[in-house]
Each structure stands twice: as C-alpha cells, then as structure tokens.
Design a protein around this ligand. Sequence first.
Ligand code: TYM
Length: 323
Amino acid sequence: MRMKKILISGVKPTGRPHIGNYFGAMKQFVDMQDDYESSIFVADLHALTGIDSAQELKSNILEEAIDYLAIGLDPKKVTLFKQSDVPQVAELAWIFDCMTTMPYLMRAHAFKDAEAKNKDINVGVFNYPILMAADILLSDADVVPVGSDQKQHIEITRDIAEKFNRLFGKTFKLPKEIILEEFATVIGTDGQKMSKSYGNTIPLFATTEEIQKAVMKIPTDSKGASDPKDTDSILFKIHKLFLDQKEQVELKKEYERGISYKEAKEKLIESAEKFIAPLRERRAYWANKKEEVLKILKDGGEKANERAEKIMTMVRKNVGLTL
Ligand code: TYM
C-alpha cells in the first residue's frame, strides 16, 4: 500500500472566516482530505499576536472548530486540533529563533507591511513565520495548501528546514505550498485582496442580509443599463466564485450582451445565497453540538501532540539538548 502524503494547514481564529479564506484555502482542505493524511488546526498561538482578551480568543477557537466541521472536514479522515495543544511548536520556534538572523526575517512581507503602516509591532508579529515553520515541520508535512499571501511563509519554512538539516543533520522534509491559481488572491468588495482588516469581506457563513449589504457595496461605473459590461470588473470576479464553468460562460454572455448593474447585483446575491445557505445550515447543526466539537479537538490534539513529540525528540537530540 502506498503511504499517503502528509498535509497540514491552519487558519487564525481572529473572527469569522470569509470567502477568501474559503476559496483560497479551506475548500482545498476539504477537497484533499481523502487523498492526504491531513491535519488542520486552529492557529490560536498565532492569533495571540493580535488578541488580548481571553474571552474573545476562547470563543473564536470554538467557533473556528465549528467552521471547519461545517465546511465538511471529516474528523474521521482529518486530524482537527488546536495549535496550543502542541506546545512543542513554541519550543521548536525558540530553537529556530536562535538560528535565524534578524535581517533575514526583516524581509518578510507581513513584517514590512506592519512596519510601513507604523504599527506597534510586537515580537510575536516579527517571529510569526518562525512559529509557522515550527507548525509545518513538526507535522512532517509534504504539502501546505494556502492562499498566495502565505507563499513567503512556506519559503521561509523551507529555508529554515534546510539550514537546520545542514547544521544538525537531516531532520526535516522540505514542504511545498499548494496554491490554486484561480483562487490565489480572492478580491474583496472594494477590489483589494479580501481581508478582515480591510472591511471588504463576504463572510463565509453570511446571513442573507449580510450578503445583500456586501454586494450593494461593490462599486460599479456609470455605464447605461443596456450597455455591455466589463467581465474584468469586481462584480463579475466575485460572482464567478460561486459558479461552475458552464454558469460562468452564461454569465459572461449576459454581461457582454448588456445586463443592468441592478440585475447583475441581484443575480450575484442569488448565487451567493444559494452557495452559502447550505453551509449556514451545516454550521447551525455543529453549533448545537459543542461537547462533540470539543471532544474532536481534544482527540485531534492528542494525536498531533504524539506525532510532534516524536519529531521533537529527534530535534532535541540532534541539537545536543539530550544527554
Ligand atoms: P489566515 O488565518 O490569515 O488565513 C487563512 C488562509 O486563508 C488564506 N486567505 C486567502 N486566500 C485567497 N484570497 C484571500 N483574499 C485570502 N485571505 C486569506 C490564507 O492564505 C490562508 O491560507 N499564517 C496563517 C495560519 C497558519 C498556517 C500555519 C497556515 C499558522 N500556521 C501553518 C499553514 C501552515 C494565517 O494567518 O492564515
């Protein structure tokens, strides 16, 4: 029997996920769960870089576990866990800290962005890619499905793994990112990358009213009702996400024939609603089963911890911490 390749990925529990998270990453987790030995986690330690309310963090962690189940991750196939149940990642991150230079990490996009915005940057934000490398390398992953904004983090992970292997002997595999070209960067209602911090999202489990409100915000130009419309527009690009190939071709034709923006927006609301409603229902189902969700997280945590401990034992030995 051929062994399945190992997959790992995570999402930060910083509030409700949006369709950018879904199409860029979370949908891949579901689509790949049969073919890979998958572990998907709630990146609670990473969320600590921006959350200082215990109440908020606790609630976000549970809500995200519910989200994972609602999108169709099957706990029988996937190890679902919360990152902090594998505290070895913090231990490994420290070891990586000691072999990574500041100038190297200063080249990370996320850090440079925060610096450019004059944000009060904590050390956690600076070290973020190191903790991520620890997540990935402690899982022995072959592949990491993510959106394009995480590409550099996986490159940093490979650099760190290579450096460690060079200094201390072959210990880690070099993981690869999996980024779907079509969904590498899902745009938001303002045309920028969809992001919670830009206020341009369509929440993955949006209510009908939230869908309507988000769609109404999408800017359009002053073309007349029956003029042909641009299929390179924000409206079309967002609508496309919810359609299969055939439906996309149909919609393109309608745009080119000349559909009014009013009708185009109504159609988008309809498509989004059709797509989101079943997800919302599944979420309501899991939201009612909190005890079960907690048990799934706990079992997954134990499994992930066991696997991480095996690798960590080797790391401690290889760096000289074990006598
Ligand atoms: P996070 O929580 O910011 O985002 C979760 C996933 O969603 C993707 N994503 C997008 N994809 C396409 N278009 C968008 N507009 C968009 N916005 C977000 C992200 O690329 C990501 O895949 N650092 C990670 C969490 C993490 C992690 C890891 C991931 C921690 N450790 C180890 C993989 C492996 C993050 O902040 O994701």
